[in-house]
Design a protein around this ligand. Sequence first.
Ligand SMILES: [Fe+2]
Length: 217
Amino acid sequence: MTNIVETKIIDDFLTEAEIAALNDEFTKIEKQKPFVFYTQEGLLYTKTYGLSKYDPWYTNIIRPKLDIHFGKDLEIFDPHILNSYYPYGMHTDGLKSGADNVTRYPAWTFVIPLDDYESYTILFNEYDTTTKLANEYVKNNPTAKIQNQLSDEFLEKHLSHEVPELMKYFTLETMYKWKKCSCFAASRYKFHGSDFYLKNGVTMKRGIIMWGTLPLI
Ligand SMILES: [Fe+2]
């Protein structure tokens, strides 16, 4: 059975000093060549920088916090710095995200913003272990039904990069504000994505993204 883990938003995950130390270390890493992705329209989408779990950012700062909030058994995969220039659409991270490619484990997507941003990660209640894509969830899932929970105003304000017809099938669990020192962790199988932050005057947001799983019991 799929284990849908509880969503956790931890406001005081890091201290200001720890964020400063992360940014010091990451500034050096970001001098290296990033992986660069573009949208289908050719706009700059993301720049990502791979991170090592053997470096101080993890061993000295992040891992001890994960131990406190998620336990020592949590395994982390594919940590990286994300520089986002165009908002992600709604997706899941169960398949084709991270080398572990889990479909059964209790598994989280982690977001750790490296600064304050007028932007949100939007999390839906709906989940799927067989696809990353919202349109395939609607097409393939017999339990998907029109919810009409998200108002036109909400969609226009926060999700104008999404197809409104598709969004009718989803319901909002929470909106996570990208706040310095906080951490967002939600099931990898739940649909999540960025708000359309460009409308808020934000041109780029930057954070640590990683995936984690707990062993099967
Ligand atoms: Fe994701």
